[in-house]
Design a protein around this ligand. Structure first.
Ligand SMILES: NC(=O)C1=CN([C@@H]2O[C@H](COP(=O)(O)OP(=O)(O)OC[C@H]3O[C@@H](n4cnc5c(N)ncnc54)[C@H](O)[C@@H]3O)[C@@H](O)[C@H]2O)C=CC1
Ligand SMILES: O=C(O)CCC(=O)C(=O)O
Length: 445
């Protein structure tokens, strides 16, 4: 790392102890920025690096709620409003027991650059809670969401901060959150949350957008080698919102999707994942991977292995952070993986990214490859602002155009900085410079 960046990074470590994921996300961006600082000394003079690593505002609050057995429960919740140079804070909410400040800060930091890459006027934020929705009744989830919003409402707004979903927060939870916001404020402020239902201010294609966008991005990556998704053997991890829609789009483009996973196991289905069955189990029954195999005996459940062991040509990690380790990456390269596009946020460890790049694997980082979700959230905000509702065809066309733009911007920037084909460098520099220029223009604020 460049010495100037190193000293700012040391300060990040000192000020944010114990937040390993946040450190990792900052290091990955800083590793790309050396040549930018040499070309643009104004970023150093204006202390942009120091400022960009320090969230503008961090909110931590208690969420008390009552479970079905009448027991009082307490969770901790966060909203990290990281950077608003380009627009109102924007980013999802994650409900998962692993959530703590370091996870939300890593996600918020990534979101700043991702949102910048989309070309839309949105700043970066993230929030969530250590609430575990697994095994909770719909009533419990609703009471939790209502209590969560009873504090969050005072910090958000269509011109301030616009949350959305992420792991553990889908359409059902956004509904409960929006209902409580509306009740407390007496405002039908559609633009305060995205990922809403279609009949109450949501956008067509938002649910599908992250997974679809990731596959569009992979298709463009393959295009640089005169290939396409058609006929590729594809590994997908996860079986949530992003994974399901990545599988759908990959299959639509003629790929063979061989796997999916959840935190209990992975499934290999050599005949191609049966998407209708998967959706029934995950979206309707909220079941586990084993339930799929029970109804599709030709598929195999693997409880003690890695989804990345399966020979394939394209990998779409869509579950969670750091799910591809260096050992996984080595096996994937050996097994023929030539393209990796991250549907999840930071699913690949830094060592694994380096290994892929050294091996000539095309590697699309999440802040570029999965930006279709938040980009379509920004399209939802546009529709809300104009009280309009667009067709699925038009919205998907916009999404496809945005993904192509992000892909091309990454490659052009990588070329400009002398590292052709390096999507990581291209995404980091293109995302950073736009935010940095806006921060300088806005003065020391
Ligand atoms: N929902 C969205 O629009 C966006 C989501 N993302 C990222 O995509 C990833 C997945 O998010 P969603 O699909 O929305 O969440 P989700 O809650 O719908 O699904 C998460 C999936 O990951 C699986 N999972 C979690 N931990 C796992 C583990 N240790 N091993 C295997 N599987 C595991 C869960 O079983 C579930 O299938 C996250 O990293 C999220 O930050 C990124 C951009 C936008
Ligand atoms: O749609 C949004 O605002 C948030 C999406 C998100 O959380 C992400 O891109 O990781």
């Amino acid at each position: 790392m460049d010495p100037q960046l190193e000293s700012v990074f040391d300060e990040v470590l000192r000020r944010n102890p114990g937040e390993a994921e946040f450190h990792q996300a900052v290091r990955e961006v800083f590793d790309s920025l050396g040549p930018v600082l040499r070309k643009h000394p104004q970023y150093v003079e204006a202390a942009v690096l120091e400022r960009i690593c320090e969230p503008e505002r961090q909110i931590i609050f208690r969420v008390p709620w009552v479970d079905d057995a009448d027991r009082v429960r307490i969770n901790r919740a966060f909203r990290v409003e990281f950077n608003s140079a380009l627009g109102p804070y924007k980013g999802g909410l994650r409900f998962h027991p692993s959530v703590y400040q370091g996870i939300i800060k890593f996600l918020g930091f990534e979101q700043v650059f991702k949102n910048s890459l989309t070309g839309m006027p949105i700043g970066g934020a993230k929030g969530g809670s250590d609430f575990d929705p697994r095994g909770r009744s719909a009533g419990e989830v609703m009471r939790f969401c209502q209590s969560f919003m009873t504090e969050l409402y005072r910090h958000i707004g269509q011109y301030t901060d616009v949350p959305a979903g992420d792991t553990g927060v889908g359409g059902r939870e956004i509904g409960y959150l929006f209902g409580q916001y509306k009740r407390i404020t007496n405002l039908y402020e559609s633009g305060v949350l995205t990922g809403k239902g279609i009949t109450w201010g949501g956008s067509l294609v938002r649910t599908e957008a992250t997974g679809y966008g990731t596959v569009y991005f992979a298709e463009h990556m393959l295009g640089t080698r005169n290939e396409s998704m058609h006929g590729q053997r594809v590994l997908v991890s996860g079986s949530g919102n992003v994974a399901i829609h990545a599988i759908a789009k990959a299959q639509e483009l003629g790929a063979e999707v061989l796997t999916f996973s959840d935190s209990s196991a992975y499934v290999i289905d050599e005949r191609g994942v049966d998407l209708d069955l998967l959706r029934q189990i995950k979206e309707v029954e909220r079941g586990r991977a084993a339930d799929y195999v029970a109804r599709r005996p030709e598929a195999r459940l693997v409880e003690d292995g890695r989804v990345w062991d399966v020979p394939a040509t394209v990998a779409l990690p869509c579950a969670t952070q750091n799910e591809i380790t260096k050992d996984d990456a080595r096996r994937m390269v050996g097994n023929g993986v030539a393209v990796v596009a991250e549907g999840a946020n930071m699913p690949t460890t830094s060592e694994a990214v380096a290994l892929f790049q050294q091996a000539g694997v095309l590697f699309g980082p999440g802040k570029a490859a999965n930006a279709g979700g938040v980009a379509t959230s920004a399209l939802e905000m546009q529709q809300n602002a104009s009280r309009d509702s667009w067709s699925a065809e038009y919205t998907e066309e916009r999404l496809a155009g945005i993904m192509e733009g992000i892909h091309d911007r990454c490659l052009e920037t990588a070329d400009e900085y002398g590292e052709p084909g390096n999507y990581v460098l291209g995404a980091n520099i293109a995302g950073f410079t736009k935010v940095a220029d806006a921060m300088i223009a806005l003065g020391v604020v």
